[in-house]
Ligand binder design. Structure first.
Ligand code: IDP
Ligand code: MG
Length: 159
């Protein structure tokens, strides 16, 4: 694994699917130079929602969160690249779209905390990325390949 190979879990939430923002989300990550290595269009069931959001079980908003995330299809994805987890979080913006900076995905496409368009693994929670990837994907559902533009994204790769 080189430092270009960090993987992170990303999800276009049900509001993104309903609002036709899936392409925009993929496009932004893709354009940044991050590499899509897994994707699954699916509906999350209650059990998976509870596992995915286990850290929030005791929060007052937990039931609403589970209702929302199971309310319609999502696009679950794995993206790979240098510092991928933290870089995706920066591109997402703050959890509350009302506070997220313009130019971030939440800051450009959301207004309410409960419907904030995108999920990305927490870079401040060690192992969260690999844990979430494992929850949604089997290893053989992730694809290894070289993107043609990698030498033009990473200066230490030969042209
Ligand atoms: P994150 O999605 O930015 O990592 P978390 O704190 O992990 O934020 O919370 C998970 C999700 O729960 C958020 O994306 C948001 O949709 C929802 N959420 C977080 N805090 C609140 C709250 O105080 N009220 C309602 N929903 C919340
Ligand atoms: Mg979180």
């Amino acid at each position: 694994m080189s430092h270009h190979d960090e993987r992170t879990f990303v999800m276009a939430k049900p509001d993104a699917v309903q609002r036709g923002l899936v392409g925009e989300i993929v496009s932004r990550l893709e354009g940044r130079g991050l590499k899509l290595v897994g994707a699954k269009f699916m509906q999350i069931d209650e059990e998976l929602a509870h596992e995915h959001y286990a850290e929030h079980t005791d929060k007052p908003f937990f039931d609403d969160l589970v209702d929302f995330i199971t309310s319609g299809p999502v696009l679950a994805m794995v993206w790979q690249g240098a510092d991928a987890t933290r870089q995706v979080r920066r591109m997402m913006g703050a959890t509350d779209p009302a506070e997220a900076a313009p130019g971030t995905i939440r800051g450009d496409y959301g207004l309410d905390l409960g419907q904030n368009v995108i999920h990305g693994s927490d870079h401040e929670d060690p192992g969260a990325n690999e844990r979430e990837i494992e929850l949604f994907f089997d290893e053989d559902e992730l694809v290894e390949y070289t993107r043609a533009d990698e030498p033009w994204v990473y200066e230490d790769e030969d042209h």
